[in-house]
Design a protein around this ligand. Sequence first.
Ligand code: CMC
Length: 391
Amino acid sequence: TGLFTYDPGFTSTASCDSALTYIDGDQGVLLHRGYPIGQLAEHSSYMEVCYLLLNGELPNKAELEDFNRTITRHTMVHEQLSSFYKGFRRDAHPMAVMCGVVGALSAFYHDSTDIADPLHRKISSHRLIAKIPTIAAMAYKYTVGQPFVYPDNKLSYTGNFLKMTFGVPAEEYEVIPAVERAMDRIFILHADHEQNASTSTVRLAGSSGANPFACMAAGIACLWGPAHGGANEAALNMLREIGTPDRIPHYIERAKDKNDPFRLMGFGHRVYKNYDPRATVMQKTVREVFEALKVTDPVFETAMRLEEIALNDPYFIEKKLFPNVDFYSGIILSAIGFPTTMFTVLFALARTVGWVAQWNEMISDPGQKIGRPRQLYTGPTQRDYVPIEQR
Ligand code: CMC
């Protein structure tokens, strides 16, 4: 490969140092700042995990209260931003709206875009984490033709998001604690995942000195793809298409057929060659949400049966393909009331802290350089220009 290492898809290239997240894909281990994801999902809150990712340590009580106060101070968005939404078609995909609106944030908050100033970086980071639920809820409200709901800072980060999404001005909105807890846990499970495609995109965009709002918009655009964050939407659509367990074998055969582009969505991972620890928590959460809402969904049975069949199939065993975080998340989100088009938006909301923390880590790294991969050129060798009459 000449002067460079040829590594399409960066399967064996480390692009940075990072102290945020550790993954052991063979063992199915995920740690944030050393803490196992299972413990964080069980005992912690999303706000605590945000603090942990940003600051390196879990907060004490006073630090958490202070952090909560700081975040809630920024939950509103510039009133002019609502007009921005109105330029979109009502039937636009909410991720398309997110790409546009988040991309526009630096036009509203340019007073915190001097990335050389640590205070600007801090304010921008807090603004992004605080405003993203408001922006995401507004994307939803716009598509369903309901008025935007202002943030309610008496509520938790997650409770407030649920109210902004499902509340209407005509009625009191009551947050259901079990739903709030499940949603908070889903946010924790998506908070960071080291150098995945969207995080690498954020870092690459940031490496040129672009402002953090612009970098987040780049991350959101990358996340949208069905091989990445778009998989949660694709996974539930697939499960609904499969419908009943008796139809599973047909889809398993399709997934194994190399002439068929169909893949089992929510299955397989670049790094995990074992069960994704986030999928374990997600599966448990499905049951909790069903119980709390007194609902059920036949698609859950289809999903569990599909998992069982796939995990006993030589193709999936040999290729070490296991359910990933996106396999069960859609079932929970759908039970809570989100349309599938919002699933990737929720992923983006939760991943914002990871992007922000990784961006900060990169900017603070004195060894940081502009990201600039090389290539293996495969075009023609040098040749002389031919006048058009002679071609
Ligand atoms: N169904 C059927 N076959 C699969 C699947 C699948 N879901 N995933 C991988 N394979 C096969 C693939 O065809 C390939 O076979 P072969 O070696 O014969 O060519 C082998 O397994 C390795 O796959 P790959 O595409 O080379 O692996 P990758 O590391 O480049 O891709 C992946 C990882 C997640 C993009 C892929 O597994 C996939 O497309 N999964 C479905 C989409 C999905 O669930 N994405 C969410 C990932 S987790 C959350 C996130 O990152 O956002």
